[in-house]
Design a protein around this ligand. Structure first.
Ligand SMILES: [Ca+2]
Ligand SMILES: [Ca+2]
Length: 458
């Protein structure tokens, strides 16, 4: 008997407050019984909570918006939970975002219009005085949703028209997932590049949005707050914005539109516009290192998956690397005050999407205006050539046509072979080709800043 009581006590002690409320709800009669007072928003109250879990305060939100509940003076170890009334279920559920008197004195939730009960779990064993304020900002959401949402799955996607800007809100993503996901469907009436432009409150910018085709297959994705572009065939598509579990939500806007004609291809000034947007950190690009869309700033902040690496893009060049008439952008990267660049990031537009390719310094030296460059694997193992974007990974993308190769034989000899423009050559012919290469004009490198990018990319 004593052992059973002890075990029960240990179990209770091991359950964190957030989990203790998981999957719990209160019937209407019970929550009404506990309700001490109705609180107006944007007003501070001095209240006294009964011992235990008995004091609930009703807050009614007439609009969707941002609710910040702030408490002070609560006894240590007490906490406040918010209950949300779900009319369709006839119950009030615990939102799994707690304010506890030790680690957080306030919480911000984005919530649909509805009835909420900030409820105190007073662990002081006696009535306890505290202050509470429910600050609220409403939001003109074009897709107002009830509790539990109305567009939280592709199946229930809301209809969005091309060329219109919509304001919307992602609600707190918690136990009762009020509105953690928003899905929209849109129709593309002709083949071509389609842009998605988004803006988002800071609280949402770690989250992605994703475009799916009509069968739910992934098309592209990007961070909320950035733009994306994808070549789409005529048909129906979905756009999905989603937060991570535990996220308090936020507000955002989006528009879907056809890119100006010409952007779908790989040439012309509009491809430059796409590169410009990426270079100015206004749009993301598909990075070969990350295997997903990142912005330049995200790329620099956690280069190669190493946060805090402090990679800097000091210079950039605009050069047609593959001779197809459309320019590529090349960023020169440094770490700290190192004398030599660490690497290069090549940005290229294909079918309306900007792709980024990583090249280490030794693989991409002495870039010329015609797009040729030097790459080396050692002192006697180097040459020059151009880029062929049909390969993958920098080593297969380098089309090295003029080079020397030193091979160490078993007998210790070190013969060197030479090749010029893809054909075997003598040492003399090789050095003649090197001197021609050296005499070509160097690509111009510019300081990497917004005004230089603005000036050079139309
Ligand atoms: Ca929403
Ligand atoms: Ca939703």
């Amino acid at each position: 008997m004593a052992a059973a009581v002890l075990l029960a006590a240990i179990l209770v002690a091991c359950v964190a407050p957030a989990q203790a409320h998981a999957a719990t709800y209160i019937k209407k009669t019970e929550i009404v019984k506990r309700t001490v007072k109705t609180l107006a928003v944007n007003k501070t109250y001095s209240l006294k909570a009964k011992a235990g879990y008995k004091s609930a305060y009703k807050v009614v939100l007439k609009q969707p918006g941002k609710l910040t509940v702030k408490v002070s003076g609560m006894a240590v170890s007490s906490d406040m939970d918010i209950l949300a009334w779900v009319p369709s279920k006839g119950r009030a559920y615990h939102l799994e975002l707690l304010i506890d008197s030790v680690s957080a004195s306030k919480r911000t939730y984005h919530l649909p219009a509805g009835t909420y009960w900030p409820t105190v779990l007073n662990r002081a064993y006696k009535a306890d005085a505290f202050k509470v304020r429910a600050a609220f900002t409403d939001y003109a959401d074009d897709f107002k949703e009830p509790m539990l949402g109305s567009n939280n799955s592709l199946k229930k996607a809301g209809a969005a028209s091309m060329g219109k800007t919509y304001r919307s809100m992602l609600g707190a993503n918690c136990l009762v997932s009020t509105d953690g996901v928003d899905c929209y469907r849109f129709a593309v009436s002709r083949d071509g590049a389609v842009t998605v432009k988004t803006s988002a409150s800071a609280s949402l910018r770690d989250n992605d949005y994703t475009v799916y085709d009509s069968s739910g297959q992934y098309v592209t994705s990007a961070k909320m707050g950035t733009a994306a572009m994808a070549p789409l065939k005529k048909g129906a598509y979905y756009l999905k914005f989603a937060t991570a579990y535990g996220d308090g939500g936020g507000t955002y806007s989006f528009s879907i539109g056809y890119a100006p004609s010409g952007t779908a291809g790989d040439g012309g000034t509009s491809a430059e516009g796409l590169l410009k947007a990426v270079l100015q950190n206004k749009a993301s690009f598909q990075s070969d290192e990350y295997g997903r869309n990142v912005t330049i700033n995200q790329y620099l902040q956690s280069w190669n998956g190493a946060p805090g690496f402090n990679l800097q893009a000091n210079n950039f060049a605009k050069v047609d690397l593959d001779g197809d008439g459309a320019p590529e952008a090349v960023l020169e990267m440094y770490v700290g005050n190192n004398q030599y660049p660490t690497s290069y990031e090549i940005l290229r537009v294909q079918n309306g999407t900007v792709y980024g390719y990583y090249f280490p310094y030794r693989a991409f030296k002495s870039l010329k205006t015609d797009g040729s460059f030097e790459s080396s694997g050692g002192a006697s193992n180097w040459g020059f050539g151009t880029i062929d974007f049909s390969g993958s990974g920098y080593s297969t993308m380098i089309n090295q046509s003029t080079y020397c190769r030193q091979v160490i034989n078993v007998d210790g000899n070190e013969p060197t072979s030479y090749c010029v423009n893809g054909k075997n050559a003598t040492e003399k012919e090789f050095w003649a080709a090197v001197s021609i290469q050296d005499s070509k004009p160097d690509a111009t490198w510019y300081d990497f800043n917004d005004s230089n990018v603005e000036r050079l990319f139309k």
